[in-house]
Design a protein around this ligand. Structure first.
Ligand SMILES: *Cc1c(COP(=O)(O)O)cnc(C)c1O
Length: 373
């Protein structure tokens, strides 16, 4: 009998990458594997797809180090750049690509470059510090997200200073959409126009599209696409994308550890939050918020057992949850319960909980057993 287990379908992951490439055949693919590859396991995910993609995007230096130390010699991009001088030196020694999104990062890069130039003036035997090779820089432009990035009017200044910096091998452009999943709001068209206007004069490589951009904004594909959630067969919004050919990669499953007769009028669980309106059988499932399943999942949130959906009832507790199997049910202790997967799409679960799929998959805890198939 299995406790909370995430079963990862490696074939589905590879299939989704191929599908993504068919959406943007002329583009390079930067596979976004930040946050433990969206909770799927950083190194297993990276290993599964490394021959299909052109690089990996990470949000933390540590994530990049892990991939490189596992033996990957290809491109790794820090999509928020380095956070301090120590991180910059690591970025340089590991030859990661780095985003530059603010003046502090630019100045730090210039400072280290000047120090290195001074050092290089000395004869080899007198040098105290190591000499770094230049790296690729992705200049992040704020085209409307208003989170990270320089103002479009600052592009010329940053571009010239980066070009003049001896630690910069190439300057590329990147930006991020804030509303690409809303097809009719008009905002994405504005972001694309701003990006195009700010970057067209330079003839450098550009990257704008994450999952929604890849699916819905072909004119924003540019040179590098940056898929994240769709690699896992999950929609960037609440409507599933299985009809486009994507396959869910993760199945989150557990087992029934008890099946109990339950009388109308009896409450179940902490706070007696749910009182049964009918005589029924309750199933107890070995998964709870200690595994990362949201505690705030309301009564009625579906799980999948023996070919059908049944509702969660009562509060999700740390190690368990209770479900209403129905008076005539035949389910037995040991039967498999699917929390999400091909049979019950995560988008439906996320909608019932009032969460987003991104949050559900990245919040699984280390207690969950991972099985790669
Ligand atoms: C996370 C992230 C992505 C991927 O986003 P998805 O919506 O999961 O495809 C792309 N680009 C940047 C800069 C990111 O931080």
């Amino acid at each position: 009998m299995k406790p909370a287990t995430a079963i990862i379908n490696s074939n589905a992951l590879r299939h989704n990458i191929q599908l993504i490439k068919s959406f943007a055949p002329q583009c390079n693919v930067l596979a976004m594997v930040k946050a433990n590859a969206y909770g799927q396991g950083l190194l297993p995910a990276a290993k599964t797809i490394e021959d299909l993609v052109d690089g990996f995007g990470v949000a933390r230096l540590k994530e990049g180090l892990e991939i490189q130390e596992s033996g990957y010699a290809g491109r790794i991009v820090l999509v928020e750049g380095f956070f301090d001088r120590g991180e910059l030196l690591k970025t340089l020694s590991r030859r990661f690509d780095t985003v530059v999104h603010c003046i502090e990062q630019l100045e730090l890069l210039e400072t280290v470059a000047r120090e290195q130039e001074a050092e290089q003036q000395k004869s080899f035997w007198k040098r105290k510090t190591r000499i770094y090779f230049p790296v690729n820089v992705w200049l992040k432009i704020d085209t409307g997200m208003h989170r990270l990035g320089i103002h479009p009017e600052q592009v010329e200044l940053f571009y010239q200073r980066l070009k003049a910096c001896s630690l910069v091998k190439s300057v590329n452009f990147v930006s991020h959409f804030s509303r690409a999943d809303e097809l009719d709001c008009g905002y994405t068209e504005k972001q694309i126009a701003t990006f195009e206007q700010a970057t067209a004069p330079y003839h450098e490589l550009r990257s704008l599209a994450a999952s929604s951009g890849i699916l819905y904004w072909k004119q924003a594909h540019y040179d590098w696409i940056r898929p994240g959630i769709i690699m896992h067969g999950i929609s960037p919004h609440s409507t599933p994308i299985t009809d486009l050919g994507f396959k869910p990669v993760m199945t989150l499953a557990s087992s029934l550890i008890a099946v109990r007769e339950h009388k109308a009028g009896e409450p179940v669980g902490y706070g007696g939050a749910w009182v049964s309106p009918h005589d029924t059988k309750l199933g107890v499932v070995a998964i709870g918020y200690g595994d990362g399943y949201p505690r705030n999942a309301p009564a009625g949130t579906p799980v999948f057992i023996n070919g059908r959906k049944v509702p969660i009832v009562g509060r999700v507790s740390m190690d368990m949850m209770t479900v209403d199997l129905g008076a005539d049910s035949q389910d037995k202790v040991g039967d498999e319960v699917i929390l999400w997967g091909e049979e019950l799409l995560i988008e439906e679960v996320a909608t019932a909980i009032g969460a987003i799929s991104y949050e559900l998959i990245t919040k699984l805890t280390p207690r969950v057993i991972f099985e790669y198939r």
